[in-house]
Design a protein around this ligand. Structure first.
Ligand code: 5GP
Ligand code: ZN
Length: 115
């Protein structure tokens, strides 16, 4: 657990979140400021600041986050209509929480390219 990290505190249940999924490697919860009808954050249990901080050993974990996203999309009934998984890296790309997380967005039309 990283001191002062919001998502580590959610993982430790010090701060509440609306949980969607929990397993041994990751959790998923509703984003507090949803940008789409489905906006879920998939978060590894291990504190990793961002995609610049992963190594070859993390390949399976990164894949796992995507698989969890696809599973949640299926349960939400948005697998066919379409959804997007987004991993913001760095402030210039919109990363504001420096504990790696995958956004799952769907339930409405999503424009391309993203802003
Ligand atoms: P980022 O901008 O780092 O890619 O994404 C961080 C996300 O975390 C944002 O979409 C923001 O709304 C969400 N967020 C920030 N604080 C909280 C919180 O306390 N609880 C939850 N559930 N989401 C949060
Ligand atoms: Zn953390």
């Amino acid at each position: 657990m990283e001191k002062g990290c919001l998502f580590c505190r959610i993982l430790a249940k010090e701060i509440s979140a609306k949980m969607v999924h929990e397993d041994d490697r990751a959790i998923a919860f509703e984003d507090i400021n949803p940008q789409a009808p489905t906006h879920v954050l998939i978060v590894p249990r291990r504190h990793i600041a961002g995609l610049n901080d992963v190594g070859a050993d993390d390949a399976a974990l990164l894949g796992h986050l995507q698989l969890v996203a696809a599973q949640i999309a299926g349960k939400r009934g948005i697998a066919e209509s379409g959804y997007r998984t987004v991993l913001n890296t760095g402030r210039g790309a919109g990363q504001s929480i420096f504990h790696l997380h995958l956004h799952l967005l769907g339930g409405r039309g999503l424009r391309w390219p993203p802003g």
